[in-house]
Design a protein around this ligand. Structure first.
Ligand code: UD1
Ligand code: MG
Length: 452
């Protein structure tokens, strides 16, 4: 049985932000969410999140996650923060304590820590530049005897490159007893969680530092530049996950994954594509240069041509979309649908083989199979107060530059003459035209310039 405490009460001043540091996004989602999802995967009895700065925002960001929130009213240090969560935890439970800004840590690494037989385990790593980190101090036998914070360390101690990741594990009852004895006599006047190490050693308990093999996963972010470094590592991982699913990235470094992506085989993604939210791509889907997809579900064989922006779109068969298409939420497209350049759709269903190839707005509409919508067609769906639906029957043909004033229906196989304003239902199978008849005036002369 084990429990998790996440320390997330700090402000993160160096981010220069109005939101708490742990809510800065990595891969499009708050850092803290990544961490909570990772620890939830090995089913702890409870996840206790210590909140303080921006507590309301942090709680809202974790709504529905099942975490318990504990308020740390004053930021008196990591030891003080952890102590706030302990009273609710059974003394016999093993507790994993984590800083909230460590989004890349892997479940395997935490598992290794939980399995260590030592009474107190700390996850360490070898830092290229250890500045700012707590140093792991070992005696001649290699036994860990203390962690010294950078600001409290001597020159000799600062030369140590093995540092504390901030992750620790011990029995809840032990943590509580040690933290009771931790003082604040140090450079920052704070109660340090790291002081538990020296106390455990003094009590004759076993202490171990487990070295992480992939230090990248322990990266935290104190400022925007470190946040950008985290993002880079995250993106490399996210692209690896796409490769593993059978996706080809034509220019991997330019593709941004800010989504949970489920992809079929032989998907091809070109340069500069951005994926957000929840994205499902069927086999052989192709995404052209610069496509942006948010919350989309594209059926096998769908092709999105360059510079198209899709949000809340579902295709139920292979479709051709773009280039330069803007497809908005509620767009559902059946097999063989073609949406061309400068076409905007919203809340629109296109049945099999329907086409809108150029320059149209199709909103709140039902488009029947094989219907053809000419260039410049607009569904006038909004009367300034309410939205109304347009129904276009199967095999209808809408001439160019038609305004369909909703609510309105064009019957099956109906044809609308170009330039019409259709404000009443147009019958099936007939030609409906509503434009002034063309006439030519014989003998008409252009005006001539008047002499003054
Ligand atoms: C801490 C460790 C240091 C380690 C480093 C790794 C201590 C004393 N030092 O230092 O050994 O190398 O992390 O990044 O533990 N927090 C609270 N309440 C507080 C203070 C902090 O919730 O009163 C939270 C912060 O929001 C943050 C985490 O604890 O998520 C770590 O605090 P931070 O101030 O970043 O500690 P460091 O100085 O980085
Ligand atoms: Mg820190």
């Amino acid at each position: 049985m084990h429990e998790v405490i996440i320390l997330a009460a700090g402000e993160g001043k160096r981010m220069n932000s109005s939101r708490p540091k742990v809510l800065q996004p990595v891969g499009g989602r708050p850092m803290l969410r990544h961490l909570v999802e990772t620890v939830a995967a090995f089913e702890p009895k409870g996840i206790h999140v210590v909140v303080g700065f921006g507590a309301g925002q942090v709680e809202a960001a974790l709504a529905g996650s099942g975490c318990r929130f504990v308020e740390q009213a004053e930021r008196l240090g990591t030891g003080h923060a952890a102590a706030q969560a302990l009273p609710a935890i059974s003394p016999d439970a093993r507790v994993l304590i984590l800083p909230g800004d460590m989004p890349l840590i892997r479940a395997e690494t935490l598992q290794a820590l939980l399995q260590s037989p030592a009474d107190l385990v700390v996850l360490s790593f070898i830092a290229g530049d250890p500045t700012g980190y707590g140093r792991i101090l070992r005696d001649e036998q290699g036994q860990v005897y203390a962690i010294r914070e950078h600001r409290d360390a001597t020159e000799a101690e600062r030369a140590v490159r093995e540092v504390n990741s901030g992750v620790m594990c011990a029995r809840a009852g032990d943590f509580a007893a040690w933290l009771d004895r931790v003082g604040a006599d140090n450079a920052q006047g704070e109660y340090y969680l790291t002081d538990c190490i020296a106390l455990a050693v003094a009590d004759g308990r076993s202490v171990a530092a487990v070295k992480a093999l992939q230090p990248d996963e322990l990266l935290g972010a104190n400022d925007r530049s470190q946040l950008a470094a985290l993002e880079t590592v995250y993106q490399v991982r996210a692209r690896q996950a796409l490769f593993a699913q059978g996706v080809t990235l034509l220019d991997p470094a330019t593709v941004q994954v800010r989504a949970l992506v489920q992809a079929g085989r032989d998907v091809i993604i070109d340069a500069g594509v951005v994926l957000e939210g929840d994205v499902k791509l069927g086999d052989d889907v192709r995404l052209g240069v610069g496509a942006v997809l948010r919350d989309c579900d594209l059926a096998a064989g769908t092709e999105v041509k360059p510079y198209s922006v899709l949000e809340g779109v579902r295709t139920t068969g292979a479709c051709q979309l773009g280039p330069f298409a803007r497809l908005r939420p509620g767009t559902v497209l059946a097999a063989g649908v073609k949406i061309g350049n400068f076409v905007e759709t919203k809340n629109a269903h296109f049945d099999r083989g329907a086409k809108a190839s150029h320059l149209s707005y199709i909103g709140d509409a039902e488009v029947g199979s094989q219907a053809n919508i000419g260039a410049g067609t607009i569904t006038c769906n909004y009367d300034g107060v309410n939205k109304h639906r347009t129904v276009i029957g199967p095999e209808a043909f809408i001439g160019s530059n038609t305004a369909l004033v909703a609510p309105v229906t064009v019957g099956e196989g109906g044809t609308i003459g170009a330039g019409s304003v259709i404000s009443q239902d147009a019958p099936a199978g007939q030609l409906t035209v509503s434009r002034a008849r063309q006439r030519s005036i014989a003998g008409w002369k252009r005006p001539t310039r008047q002499e003054k």
